[in-house]
Write a protein that binds this ligand. Structure first.
Ligand SMILES: *Cc1c(COP(=O)(O)O)cnc(C)c1O
Length: 446
């Protein structure tokens, strides 16, 4: 893995960049919704924190931006029964992509009709559970799934509510999108080769399936509506083609991938309202051109709801100064790492970190690393931290709420940290911290 050089800049202070709305500094110490991090750290570190009010506000912002449409929170970014309940309380539905996510949404009391199910390879038992739970949409992702799902629908005496996931050839990330990305990937059914059309036709002829809409997901960390607009227009052209052969497409789901700020250097993404306005206008233009009615719109934001409200609180361990070609870099080790945040190692993701206490020391170029047996075990690749950082300090990493705990592992047989919801009303565990018994309990011969 090669990393582009990043200037060693300090993290922005609370109130700016990637930090959640209710992080503040009081007399030098960081506080979340009125709770000092020093006190929160008594729960043990590493510790994932979630600013509940911020997460709810972000969810609500999408709901109010979309108006007459549906927001499916992408549960894979971070889902617990309580989080599922928060989302439903704020007017969202839940997008799941596995039996575990489906069961978690159901455990949170989410009504079946407000759950969507994704997956490029769903098992019979998962589909059966989805139909028995009355899920609102199952997103078909391969030709064989038509017969697979129809058989289970027949057996359970249901009609399966379906979307077809299409690949539009649009791939987006950041400000850029590619209009004809190569489609050599496992998700979706190609518009270009006619695979999507064949599946839609097969579904429309099957009495056990009901085609409710088309689905497209074009990438992640997308900062403006351009790529979504291009995809929407391709999806509408396909809807018009289906309309022409008597197949109705009542709804279009444009997936997730709405970007967030991870560091102070990341540009601010478009607002929820700007995103939706850009998408809606592309859909309306394409529908007018094609002469078809405007379908209902749904989206599936994940990280833009769960990312910035979440942070990871670590305790500093060993520090070390290492000579590099560009000068001295200070390695600051923390008590977690790639087991609680795999994204830097997996795809070179950047994060930023703040020291938990005030310091008047000069900043030094630093790299925050974990305690795992991999040199790629990086938490924050490049950040300026005060030169007096020492063992026992608290270090707070921003925007780890999405794909942090949800991708966590027990590598090196570490205990996965708990996730603590924090609000002015108090604190409560969303996920309890693992214990040594959880670790040893996986061995039958213990
Ligand atoms: C991953 C994914 C999402 C959510 O992506 P974010 O980047 O977290 O918004 C939504 N829909 C589908 C189909 C996905 O695969």
């Amino acid at each position: 893995m090669t990393f582009a050089p990043l200037a060693a800049v300090p993290a922005p202070e609370p109130g700016a960049g990637p930090w959640p709305a209710n992080l503040t500094r009081v007399d030098g110490d960081l506080h979340l919704a009125g709770h000092s991090l020093t006190a929160l750290a008594e729960e043990g570190t590493p510790l994932y924190l979630v600013d509940e009010a911020d997460m709810r506000n972000r969810a609500r912002a999408w709901v109010s931006a979309i108006g007459d449409g549906d927001v499916y929170y992408a549960g894979k970014s971070f889902l617990t029964p309580t989080v599922a309940r928060w989302m439903v309380e704020e007017g969202l539905s839940i997008d799941t992509a596995s039996e575990g996510e489906l069961r978690t949404a159901l455990a949170g009391g989410v009504p079946g009709e407000r759950i969507g199910l994704h997956g490029n390879s769903k098992s019979d038992s998962t589909l059966r559970l989805a139909l028995e739970s009355g899920v609102g949409r199952i997103v078909i992702d391969s030709p064989g799934e038509v017969d697979q799902l129809a058989a289970i629908a027949e057996e359970t005496g249901t009609v399966a509510p379906c979307f077809v996931r299409v690949t539009t050839g649009v791939h987006a990330g950041g400000h850029d999108f590619i209009a004809t990305a190569h489609e050599d990937q496992k998700f979706g059914l190609s518009l270009a080769t006619g695979a999507a059309r064949e599946v839609a036709v097969a579904m429309s002829e099957n009495p056990h399936l009901e085609l409710l809409g088309l689905h497209s997901h074009i990438g992640s960390q997308i900062l403006d509506s351009e790529g979504f607009a291009a995809a929407a227009s391709a999806v509408i052209d396909f809807a018009a083609e289906l309309f022409g052969i008597g197949i109705d497409v009542p709804e279009v789901d444009l997936g997730g991938g709405y970007g967030i700020q991870y560091t102070g250097l990341d540009p601010e993404p478009a607002t929820e309202a700007e995103m939706i306005a850009g998408i809606r206008s592309a859909i309306e233009t394409a529908c007018e051109r094609a002469g078809i009615p405007v379908p209902r719109l749904s989206i599936e934001p994940g990280r833009s709801i769960s990312g910035p409200p979440g942070m990871t609180l670590y305790r500093v361990g060993a520090t070390k100064d290492v000579m590099t070609d560009d000068g001295v870099r200070r390695y600051v080790s923390v008590d977690g790492g790639m087991s609680d945040n795999i994204r830097p190692a997996l795809y070179g993701a950047d994060y930023t970190a703040l020291l938990g206490r005030d310091s008047s020391a000069d900043n030094v170029p630093s790299r925050v690393v974990g305690m795992h047996c991999e040199s790629g075990d990086i938490v924050v690749r490049d950040v300026a931290l005060p030169a007096d950082v020492r063992r026992g300090d608290l270090l707070l990493v921003a925007a780890t709420g999405a794909y942090g705990r949800s991708m966590a592992s027990n590598y090196n047989l570490v205990r996965r940290p708990g996730v603590l919801a924090v609000s002015e009303q108090g604190t409560s565990w969303l996920v309890r911290p693992e214990t040594w018994d959880d670790i040893l309990g996986i061995f039958p011969d213990r």
